[in-house]
Design a protein around this ligand. Structure first.
Ligand SMILES: [Zn+2]
Length: 179
């Protein structure tokens, strides 16, 4: 029989960069309590590693649905203190790349999923479909997400050609006028 910690690690494998402390069944929503790992992190100002905590904050972000239900992750993140005197970044918030994006209320993987739907269906249709997938997003949210989707790089042709076959059959166009 699989034990509970192993089960949580399997179900929430996308959150493995965090330490999951509790999972609560809150009816329509599953609440995951997590924290960042107690590891030293590099100061973005000077690169010095530090484990000195200035303060703790809680961030709440939505994650991909589980069992058809919304998942909310409450993460305790640290604001770190740089030990270097004169460093322009005296304190800074630690980042969790691949899981938490700066200023976002969704995990990185949920944003990727929502963006994929927005790219295919755009605003109104996305907002209608997503609740059925266990994801809450208004039409306006979907439009904002869509505007952030990077445009594909344009392929610039090296050589341009004009197909003139059939032009000779048009009486108003003479060979002189297309030359
Ligand atoms: Zn620093």
């Amino acid at each position: 029989m699989i034990d509970v910690i192993e089960l949580v690690g399997t179900v929430f494998s996308g959150l493995s960069a965090l330490v999951i402390e509790d999972v609560e069944d809150a009816g329509e929503v599953i609440c995951v309590r997590a924290r960042t790992r107690d590891e030293a992190v590099a100061c973005p100002g000077c690169g010095t590693e530090t484990g000195r905590v200035h303060e703790y904050r809680e961030r709440t972000v939505a994650d991909v649905p589980t069992d058809g239900r919304r998942v909310l992750v409450k993460v305790r993140v640290r604001r770190m203190r740089c030990p270097v005197t004169g460093c322009p970044r005296q304190t800074f918030r630690e980042q969790v790349p691949g899981v938490l994006d700066r200023y976002q209320r969704r995990t990185t993987r949920l944003t990727a999923r929502v963006s994929a739907v927005a790219r295919e269906l755009a605003g109104r249709a996305s907002a209608r479909l997503l609740p059925a997938l266990g994801i809450c997003a208004s039409r306006h949210t979907m439009l904002r997400v869509l505007l952030k989707v990077p445009l594909p790089a344009l392929a610039v042709p090296r050589v341009l050609g004009i197909d003139l076959s059939g032009v000779a059959f048009c009486p108003s166009v003479t060979s002189a006028s297309v030359a």
